[in-house]
Design a protein around this ligand. Sequence first.
Ligand SMILES: NC(=O)N[C@@H](CC(=O)O)C(=O)O
Ligand SMILES: [Zn+2]
Ligand SMILES: [Zn+2]
Length: 424
Amino acid sequence: MATFIENIKMLNDHGELVKTTITIEQGKIAAIGESKPENAEVIDGKGNFVSPGFVDVHVHLREPGFEHKETIETGTRSAARGGFTTICAMPNTKPVPDSVENLEYIKGLIKNSAVVRVLPYGSLTVDEAGEKRTNIAELKEHGAVAFSDDGVGVQLAATMYEQMQDAAKVGAIVVAHCEDNSLIYGGVMHEGVRNKQLGLPGIPSVCESVQIARDVLLAEAAGARYHVCHVSTKESVRTVRDAKKAGIRVTAEVCPHHLLLEDMDIPSDDANWKMNPPLRASEDKKALIEGLLDGTIDCIATDHAPHTTEEKCCGMVGAPFGIVGFETAFPLLYTKFVETGIFTLKQLVDWMATKPAEIFELPYGKIEVGAPADLTIIDLNKEKTIDANEFYSKGRNTPFNGWKAKGWPVMTIFEGNVVYKEEE
Ligand SMILES: NC(=O)N[C@@H](CC(=O)O)C(=O)O
Ligand SMILES: [Zn+2]
Ligand SMILES: [Zn+2]
């Protein structure tokens, strides 16, 4: 039976919101702007905005191996509640998808419990240990969406270079967490002013940018498609900008928290403000926003990284890096950037749905006839206070608890099925 969404507004090519309808048949968009087919089940869009389901190329679902932090079920339910319908799962699980066997095992888990589309990464090195290289061609053949050792930087240039060469041969994308271990200095937040006030060890900006600089040169030499994770510093933005100018095939993502927060916002030694890379200085935040606006940075990714309350309880030094992101990303960005006129709604939707799909060569992120019916219905006028205790994620680790934001997803549709509906 067909599903018919009526009373809905969609962005047109000029970025204007126009009234329309969407007809869904067999999980696909069958028509846009037509009248209701007979016998169709009707969804009342209530005049809300319909976006292509968001695409997040950088998430951590923790299963297998760390189910106390998150499972594929809780993580994908959280994604659906945030309006995400396609997510790419990073490989820092136990086991790591570093072999066909492990990747197939993880694909089986996804099949059993995911409520949205989960595309698993393959790792660049065995066990993400940075030593033995994985077989990129084989893992790609078995469905690895791209390749990364996220969680750690690949320390040896030769390892990265050789993996980039292998990736280039089969058209795989190398996705890098850039961090030079010799420049971390035991840091738990940005090396600047605020870490000194709090008496905490700092991670200098160059810890990230130096590895991006290395990698863009390696990507050029290898002819590889290279994507930079969670860019956080102004020097990183400049390096990516220069690399693009030089014709190197590089793309980059930025996380909502790095666009919204800076080190001086950190109120105290509270691990809900600890993530990797850390919140940087005000000028860095500014450079990230400019980087998005001028096309240096291609998309937004949450880096959803759940950890338990126990792990995050007791200050930054002992806690793991990472914050959750799915359920706050759109409302926060909409409120802080679209409502204030810094971004347009179309830009935000491009960066959260269309662009990430495009740069990862995925056939999603657009509302068009024939595409999978992955849709997020958003009430742009609804205002709510963020309450971490309401998250569908197991993770409560967010610095945004108690923030007010507008623009909440009220329904998420994945392949024609409702996978999230706002609780009344
Ligand atoms: N971003 C984080 O702070 N943490 C991530 C790892 C990562 O993305 O590097 C995690 O897996 O917890
Ligand atoms: Zn990372
Ligand atoms: Zn990550």
